[in-house]
Design a protein around this ligand. Structure first.
Ligand code: SAH
Length: 474
């Protein structure tokens, strides 16, 4: 009875994991992008499946008490801020529920049943939100293109496309982004420098990458270009360096016809190749190619929680798997005997080693490779060597993991179970894979003790969590 293009009135009763509103008509659920829980809406069906359908929001008939006026005029087209139309307190409730639901449904942990939660000794803490949930990003990457009239434009790609919607002001980024874009675009116009065209592979300027050190106020501008030389670069440098805090102006060479934004080569135009930032008293040097968390305020809270969960006294041997540029490793090293950091990207390990040196830290060993390969290899060799030398077997007190969205590899989890650390601290950016992995560790002898969701990406549907697990027999 439901078919495409049919119009319906729905009351939005729930939100899906991607921030879509969910409302039912005659028992049939419909997913409606941009609808907010509590809204009464008019929608048009765009696609029908057997048990559910998709519909487009046509009109809000009665706004939800949680609906707010989005700050950004482009929020529906952009897709970066899926839930900007929802007030921040409700965003936080939505994310907390997402973590709770995943732990319960996928992980099998009794999170909503308070009595059982208490009996099992699981503490689920309220999500840590931000006082100012806008302008929090320290990194922005703007694509540069040409519009139909031949003018140079910058903005963001329309959701699931490579069409640039012109906009220089993103409410998640810092104010200086706009000034930098104005300078770059007017420089390109004056000097007749063309924007890169993905269709033909011609033109020069592809992206502008900006990074900002929240603590140090240092600014980095990196122009990604389809070549090795930027004509009249001195004119651009002259204007950019007038901005207070400008520290690094570079080119990144990317001549490949690909979606990947950055190439491998960096050419310094002015200043140094990196900026410095400080999180929790630790200094980090960040180059255009380094991975660095985008929300420094919440990152500090996230790492502090991870460090607190590790309960270090100075005698512990700790592993930090998926360590990136060693951010968590450096936090842990302040209170551990020794830290081993493992990361698959070689350049990140080079950054990690430099960061450790800069901070005068000498109790970390960084290892390059996949966690699921490095960890078992190191463990087995360590055991073998101890047996041969007639020494006590090597032991690990705490293992911290911070994997990408797909979670930990099973071989990595199996090795953790064999190494039997007293505590495992799991930092996760995807609560579904987190729940899957926690279930596996639970079955292997670990109890879930604490869960702390942290809002690292306000206005988006993403949520970070830190979890503490104890070995049952320790
Ligand atoms: N802990 C760091 C980085 C977390 S992001 C921080 O907070 O900054 C996850 C990291 O895991 C990335 O740096 C990615 O390169 C790395 N990674 C992905 N797959 C991996 C694997 N199989 N083994 C080790 N590291 C991996």
């Amino acid at each position: 009875m439901f078919e495409k293009n049919m119009e319906l009135e729905l009351l939005i009763e729930d939100m899906g994991v991607d921030g879509e509103g969910i409302g039912k008509s005659d028992g049939m659920p419909f997913f409606v992008k941009d609808a907010v829980v509590g809204d009464k809406v008019l929608v048009k069906i765009t696609k029908m499946k057997k048990r559910y359908g998709y519909a487009r929001l046509m009109r809000v008939i009665e706004p939800s008490p949680y609906r707010v006026q989005p700050r950004c005029a482009y929020y529906r087209q952009c897709g970066g801020c899926q839930i900007q139309a929802m007030d921040y307190a409700q965003q936080l409730r939505f994310k907390e529920k997402k973590v709770r639901d995943n732990l319960e449904r996928i992980g099998g942990f009794p999170i909503t049943d308070k009595a059982e939660c208490k009996e099992r000794g699981i503490l689920f803490h309220p999500i840590i939100g931000m006082e100012e949930p806008f302008f929090y990003r320290n990194k922005a990457q703007f694509p540069i293109g040409t519009d139909k009239e031949g003018r140079i434009v910058t903005g963001f790609y329309a959701a699931r496309s490579h069409q640039i919607i012109p906009n220089r002001k993103c409410y998640l980024g810092v104010d200086v982004n706009e000034k930098i874009l104005d300078i770059v675009i007017s420089f390109m116009e004056e000097c007749h420098i063309r924007a890169y065209d993905e269709a033909t592979g011609k033109g020069l300027v592809r992206h502008v990458l900006v990074r900002y050190g929240f603590t140090t106020k240092e600014i980095m501008v990196c122009l990604v270009i389809n070549g090795r030389k930027l004509p009249h670069a001195e004119k651009l440098v002259e204007r950019l360096r007038m901005l207070v805090g400008m520290t690094s102006i570079t080119l990144n060479v990317n001549r490949r016809n690909t979606n990947v934004i950055l190439g491998k080569e960096i050419i310094c135009l002015w200043g140094q190749e990196y900026i410095t930032d400080v999180i929790g008293g630790i200094q980090y040097q960040i180059s255009p190619l380094s991975f660095y968390q985008v929300n420094p305020v919440q990152t500090e809270r996230l790492y502090e929680t991870a460090l607190a969960y590790a309960r270090l006294t100075g005698r512990e041997t700790v592993w930090d798997l998926y360590c990136g540029i060693g951010t968590i490793s450096l936090f842990l090293a302040q209170k551990a005997k020794h830290v081993y950091g493992v990361e698959v990207v070689e350049a990140a390990i080079a950054d990690a080693e430099r960061n450790a040196e800069q901070n005068g830290t000498d109790n970390i060993t960084f290892l390059v490779g996949k966690a699921e390969e490095v960890l078992p290899q190191f463990y087995e060799e360590g055991q073998k060597n101890s047996v041969e030398a007639g020494e006590e077997l090597m032991h690990t007190d705490v293992i911290v993991v911070d994997p990408p969205r797909k979670g930990c590899n099973q071989k990595c989890l199996d090795t953790i179970l064999r190494m039997k650390p007293k505590r495992v601290v799991y930092v996760s950016c995807d609560s579904a894979t987190l729940a899957r992995d926690l279930k596996y560790l639970y079955e292997g002898g670990y109890e879930l003790k604490e869960v702390q969701p942290v809002d690292m990406f306000p206005q988006s549907v993403h949520v970070e969590s830190v979890c503490l697990l104890h070995r049952k027999d320790s």
